[in-house]
Write a protein that binds this ligand. Structure first.
Ligand code: ADP
Ligand code: MG
Length: 393
């Protein structure tokens, strides 16, 4: 079954109709000020298309984790004026997301106008996907558009439950673009090269399990490589290591081998005794006692870069070292530049990985920067995303 698309919804006509848009407006707010409006900008294309077609749009989103309570610091109210600036038109604000106040606000909302609803997570029923709450959310609307890819892996009332009560649904442009680009990892032009890094095997266990037998080459970096090295009986010194994940690492190594896939681990390391800028560091092929691996070494970085250059499809999640600290960022830089240099389809996901890509300045040379975090990782594992399934018609 296919996900209903926005062009079809628009072609069928939305003029004068009340359309509920679930967007990801979960921006960082400090003292009532928005410090980064990337997510607001990302939600504009879908909004603009709906407004230009004459829809009466109500926007729903979560902000932070108020845990079912009306906490003022998690109010979406500060988003309305910024969104108005970006859209170049007024954005009305409704201090509720369900009930008579929404109905009243919609009555005075004209064609091509926008209303921002208050944080859906002020109601505990949102994350419980409570059917009565989902019905109340849907009640005033004739159509529903989900553009919040980052929460599509959660079966919540505003991402999944609501679609049981609205016939006309569609994926927004942002969500559709994430699906189209991430699908490339599931059905890659081969060879598919995957680089996984970051702090913990336990964070990425499911994606490692899924991609080790699927990727032609899987290269591991970051702190998680030390758990894999420990699984091979190699010394890891004082590096971050998860002893309780060694058996998982052994299973993942075996699965890759059984499928005839290549699983690469670092063969040299940048080590230090302290995790701080300016700490004395060395490049070693065997980690001595008392020293921590804080980045992949130059030989490993070169080997990974060579494999990236050979791939037709490349997926990357998780930095190769403690890239936030000068001296331990070279491995991450090398991988980022290799991703920027290749003509292959390149997809990068993960909060810290995107921060690294932007810090290094190669973002515009990557095919797709996935904003999804957890949702992206679940999707590339081949898992069903409840928020996406809910849009199938
Ligand atoms: P993402 O957000 O891209 O999914 P993660 O959150 O999994 O990435 O991992 C990023 C974190 O991993 C960074 O804070 C980085 O400093 C840390 N990290 C990477 N390599 C190491 C290492 N060798 N030792 C300690 N921390 C590391
Ligand atoms: Mg992270």
């Amino acid at each position: 079954m296919a996900v209903a698309d926005l062009s079809k919804l628009l072609a069928d006509g939305v003029r004068g109709q009340r359309i509920l848009v679930r967007a990801d407006l979960n921006v960082p707010i400090r003292d009532g000020k928005i410090s980064d409006d990337t997510r607001l900008r990302a939600s504009l294309p879908t909004l603009r298309r709906l407004l230009a077609a004459g829809a009466r749009v109500a926007l729903a989103s979560h902000l932070g984790r108020p845990k079912g309570e009306r906490k003022p610091e998690f109010s979406l109210a500060p988003v309305a004026p910024r969104l108005a600036e970006l859209l170049g038109q007024d954005v009305a604000f409704c201090p509720e997301c369900v009930g008579p106040e929404v109905g009243t606000a919609l009555e005075v909302l004209g064609e091509g106008q926008v209303l921002l609803l208050e944080n859906v997570r002020f109601h505990a029923e949102e994350t419980q996907n409570d059917p009565a709450f989902a019905k109340a959310l849907a009640e005033p609307f004739e159509g529903f558009v989900n553009d919040a890819f980052g929460t599509a892996h959660r079966a919540h009332a505003s991402t999944a439950g609501v679609t049981a009560h609205i016939d006309r649904v569609a994926a927004g442009d942002l969500l559709q673009s994430e699906l189209d680009h991430l699908r490339v990892v599931l059905e890659p032009e081969r060879p598919l090269m995957v680089v996984l890094g970051g702090a913990k095997v336990s964070d990425k266990l499911a994606v490692l399990e899924a991609l080790a037998p699927h990727a032609d080459v899987l290269a591991i970096g970051g702190a998680m490589s030390y758990t894999f090295m420990a699984a091979q009986g190699k010394p890891v010194g004082a590096s971050l290591m998860e002893a309780e994940r060694i058996d998982d690492a052994k299973r993942i190594l075996a699965a890759a081998e059984a499928q005839g896939r290549t699983l690469l681990l670092p063969t040299d390391h940048v080590v230090a005794k302290k995790l701080e800028a300016g700490a004395e560091s060395r490049v070693v092929s065997e980690i001595p006692d008392g020293w921590m691996g804080l980045d992949i070494g130059p030989e490993t970085a070169e080997r990974y870069a060579l494999e990236i250059a050979k791939a037709k499809t490349f997926f990357w999640n998780g930095p190769m070292g403690v890239f936030e600290i000068e001296g331990f960022d070279a491995g991450t830089k090398r991988v980022a530049n290799a991703a920027g240099d290749t003509d292959a389809t390149t997809v990068v996901g993960g909060g810290d990985s995107l921060a690294a890509i932007n810090q290094i300045g190669v973002g515009d040379r990557i095919t797709h920067l996935s904003t999804g975090g957890g949702a992206s990782l679940e999707y590339v594992q081949g898992l069903e995303l409840p928020g996406v399934t809910a849009l199938e018609r």
